[in-house]
Design a protein. Sequence first.
Length: 156
Amino acid sequence: METNLYSAQYSAANTNGYANNSHIRSAYIPLEEAAEVPAVKQYVDIVKADGGAYSQLGEQAVSSFLLWATEAKACASTLTRQCMVNKMSQVHTWTGGGMHAPTDPGNNKPPSCGNDHQADRHHVLARIPDQAGHLRLPERIHPARPAVTVGGHAEL
């Protein structure tokens, strides 16, 4: 399953078992891991405090906004389109503050999943094991998860 189809509602709707063992490929830390990953916890807490629904697509939006805001702040009073192009082209490691695997927006490159021997260290393959609907990380990947850069280039 592609990550943008996964949400807390997907897990909650698995009362009949049809989604048992669904596999989800993602460069994002699962929302269910928020207690262990500060950036994900901050995202979930902020959205919940405003009464909103959180999802992986929301994490993407927040990561994009954080990148924009970080570079806009660096442009300061010279904030122009060209300044943003120049600043963003210099960002070669971006994790959304620790919500996802490193990307290279300066070169317009996504995470390197499948392109190098480090792929498992920066990506998650998770599955929903049963009607309880809890997303679980396979043991071979879970211990490597802390290799994802937490703290990244910006903080929520």
